[in-house]
Design a protein around this ligand. Sequence first.
Ligand SMILES: [Zn+2]
Ligand SMILES: [Zn+2]
Length: 391
Amino acid sequence: MHSSDQTPQTTDQAPINWTNMILFTVTPALAVTLVPAYGWIYGFDAFEWAMFAVMMVFCGMSITAGYHRLWSHKTYEAHASVRFLFALGGAFALQNDVLNWASDHRRHHQHVDNNDNDPYSAGRGFWFSHIGWILRHYDSAQNDFSNVKDLQRDPIVMWQHRNYLALVLIMNIGLPAFIGFLHGDIIAGLLLGGLLRLVLSQHATYFINSLAHMWGTRPYSDNSSARDNTLLALITYGEGYHNYHHTFQWDYRNGIRWWHFDPTKWLIRSLERVGLASGLKRCAPDKIERAKLERQFQLATEKCERLAVEGDWQSRLETEYEALLHTVQQWAEHRQAWYEAKGKELQEHLSHLEKQQLKAHYLEFKYKLKLQKQRWQIVVRTLASPEPGVA
Ligand SMILES: [Zn+2]
Ligand SMILES: [Zn+2]
């Protein structure tokens, strides 16, 4: 499948991948000219726009819920019918087959920001990580599938791999043309459902490799360039919480709070409700709390050092931090006890009173943790302000 080049190449010398170069320059050029021109002359109706929207979501979620969270990271298991639809949607999105995509993506996580081994390292700039890495045969993007052996056992993955080109043509040309034909306008079907949908859905997901490694905050870890960015989450079906994702990559969620915009998480959860997904993995909340606190501690220390804050800020910060970690530990233990008590197997052996006591203890520590976190925020803010002592 791949051309393996013997000689090492620098960024400029890598030979052009002509298929991709033509595809990824011609399709956007046609999309920005033909779509408005046809719309101006003949117009698009509500049905055609609805078809476009449904197809956008189908492509996008096949990549985020399928290629990414299911196959690359194995954050849950999905029924064959769901995997089949994701395989179709991935070919529709024209983002290569599952094997290639997941192999690239696992290397991205393993060697993140390493310009020689991360296939879309953001360290090589916005353009390279967005789309440039696809346009040439870079050594950093050579796959041998050694890291996707588990996926080679999935018959649907292998079926898609063998029939990728046919699926691409059926989904990108056949399907929009057929729907257009049924609706009475084949060209409109091809322009909105084929062309415009393809270009927009591709760039939306490319932003995860480019912008999500450049623009946003790093609340969980600074081990990689990955950033959390709510705005990006809005156009990437929830993948904008990329700092969390790179810190806890086997969590099926990217946006962990209920108000975080993560439609991919909602889809996976809905699939679980109807019995089409199982084994959803999530990181323990105390682990997440600890990662966040460690990061805040690190940032506060750096800020105090940078501002050359006087006084005994270091021991105060450390004391507060240790106390908070202790409370996190207690909260986690009581939380676990309460959740276990709620579990079916224990229910018969516990009296109502015992259950109420466990619940009360958990709520008590939850409240204690909340207060102590507020106190910690004040300490961090006060110490790291240019004039310590002024809150
Ligand atoms: Zn990932
Ligand atoms: Zn990333």
